[in-house]
Design a protein around this ligand. Structure first.
Ligand SMILES: [Zn+2]
Length: 252
């Protein structure tokens, strides 16, 4: 698991990155000001298609929430419901647990802890996001500090001040937008890719039409993404079970 500092140190400190910068290890979610109505609806069928794969019992990821942004309990509850619903469409259950932030800020989260359980993902709510002003565009709602493309990571960060701003700007509730931002970042982690696609929740930027779909519960993973996510969750469960056998421990 890469540390926050080493992950971000690869970027020139004063250079504003291109959105698709090949050297970027951080993947951002932005709200696009441009309306791509046609594009959204061209692919809407694929995005709305229910996941195939049938029986996927007991596919579960535990989410540890570290809230440095003091999110209102009702907002957090709504966000959790939204993210749970979106992952549920992919037949993956989310089990939420809140943990008090460790002293010292987000950087104090021990990487060893984050990597200690393959079935656990930490979601850190960060505020303010001024520290990211040079390296992340204002539209960025969250990042997944992946150590390397294709690796199995267990940490995402969401910028609450930007979520609140964009929610206010777009008319969406903070809870709904936060839930979608979390689901998008979980998508990166569970798909083990920094990549984006042209439709659904894993688009690089959400258009106003996407946000309307989000408000209607229709901005979800494609059936192919859902299949890949289920496979990854299965693999994580196997890895964790093997770890517990090897170490003689049993967690969760
Ligand atoms: Zn993204």
């Amino acid at each position: 698991m890469i540390s926050r500092d080493s992950g971000r140190g690869t970027r020139g400190s004063g250079e504003r990155p291109r959105f698709w910068g090949p050297a970027s290890r951080h993947w951002r979610l932005r709200i696009s000001a441009a309306l791509s109505w046609l594009l959204a609806w061209t692919f809407l069928g694929a995005a709305q298609k229910p996941p195939s794969g049938g029986n996927s019992p007991n596919l579960r990821i535990t989410i540890w929430v570290h809230d440095y942004a003091r999110v209102k309990p009702s907002t957090l509850a709504r966000a959790e419901r939204e993210a749970t619903r979106i992952l549920g469409e992919a037949e993956v259950n989310l089990l939420w647990q809140s943990y008090s932030p460790p002293p010292g800020g987000p950087g104090a989260v021990p990487a060893s802890q984050a990597a200690s359980d393959a079935t656990l993902i930490r979601v850190i709510f960060v505020e303010p996001s001024k520290a990211y002003a040079l390296t992340h565009p204002e539209e960025t709602l969250g990042i997944t500090p992946m150590s390397r493309e294709g690796e199995r990571d267990t940490l995402v960060e969401v910028f609450l001040d930007r979520v609140r701003y964009q929610a206010d700007y777009s008319g969406l509730s903070v809870g709904v937008l936060l839930g979608h931002a979390i689901a998008h970042e979980l998508g990166h982690v569970l798909l083990r890719t920094s990549g984006h696609v042209s439709t659904g929740i894993m688009r690089a930027g959400w258009t106003p039409e996407d946000l309307r779909l989000a408000d209607s519960g229709l901005l979800i993973f494609t059936s192919r993404q859902a299949e890949l996510i289920r496979n990854e969750v299965r693999e994580r469960a196997k890895e964790q079970a093997a770890t517990e056998v090897a170490t003689g421990t049993h967690s969760q």
